[in-house]
Design a binder for this molecule. Structure first.
Ligand SMILES: Nc1nc2c(ncn2[C@@H]2O[C@H](COP(=O)(O)OP(=O)(O)OP(=O)(O)O)[C@@H](O)[C@H]2O)c(=O)[nH]1
Ligand SMILES: [Mg+2]
Length: 231
């Protein structure tokens, strides 16, 4: 159990500490659980592996059920532990993956920008979060395989429109293969979760996205896309 003086800003704050059911690790200030979802073969595992180790491997096995990794980030002088749950996109694992939504602080939905069908599935994934996740889960959208910009079948502008429609935190186009925007995804998420955690700690309820009012943050690395879009 953590005891604290509610009037004093504590050194150690852990989101959903109870769901982890163990003593706090003194070496971090925040612990966040992020679930990564999206259709099969969009590159979720590659994104997570790149975030974990900076390594990209072309051949990946499809994920079976759910994999787990942890990486610590330094955000504005605070040590943030990011616990990432990499889920299987294949339909046959849906019942397993759904059981991981409940305790997540945030979700990242990935699509493959060379396969339109994976983008068209995004509303389905949002509904899954609404159905199985906690209320007001922070959601970010990533369009992976941005290195294949010449095979693009999803315009960045379409992703902007969708993000705005569903009130998502951000849209980023990423490439696990070419190391584009992977750390940015998790840094942005960590910042948002810290901001929300601090607000709720002091009894205020966070509204939409705190980093940039309620507009999604938009970031595309590929040459034929604008970096920012005021949609
Ligand atoms: N060109 C390119 N290929 C990528 C990228 N990221 C992943 N891939 C390839 O996409 C394929 C699928 O990657 P995975 O990471 O296994 O996909 P996944 O979303 O985890 O798939 P499931 O585990 O079945 O849900 C692999 O052949 C990867 O090499 C990328 O950024 N660029
Ligand atoms: Mg996988």
């Amino acid at each position: 159990m953590i005891s604290f003086d509610p009037h004093q800003k504590p050194a150690l704050r852990i989101m959903q500490f109870s769901s982890f059911g163990r003593a706090p690790d003194e070496t971090f200030d925040y612990l966040f659980k992020i679930i990564l979802i999206g259709d099969s073969n969009v590159g979720k595992t590659c994104v997570v592996q790149h975030f974990k180790s900076g390594i990209y491997t072309d051949t990946q096995q499809n994920t079976i059920g759910v994999d787990f990794m942890v990486r610590s980030l330094e955000v504005d002088g605070k040590k943030v532990k990011m616990q990432v749950w990499d889920t299987a996109g294949q339909e046959r694992f849906r019942t397993i993956t759904q059981s991981y939504y409940r305790s997540a602080n945030a979700a990242i939905i990935a699509y493959d920008l060379t396969r339109r069908s994976t983008f068209e599935s995004v509303p389905h994934w949002i509904h899954e979060i609404e159905k199985y996740g906690a209320a007001n889960l922070v959601i970010m959208l990533i369009g992976n395989k941005a290195d294949l910009w010449d095979k693009r079948h999803v315009l960045f502008e379409d992703a902007c429109t969708l993000a705005e429609k569903y009130g998502l935190l951000a849209v980023l186009e990423t490439s696990a293969k070419e190391s584009k925007n992977i750390d940015e995804v998790f840094m942005l998420m960590a910042r948002e979760l810290i901001a929300r955690n601090d607000l709720s700690f002091y009894g205020e309820s966070p509204q939409n996205n705190l980093l940039l009012d309620s507009s999604p943050i938009l970031l595309a690395p590929s040459p034929n896309s604008k970096n920012h879009c005021n949609c």
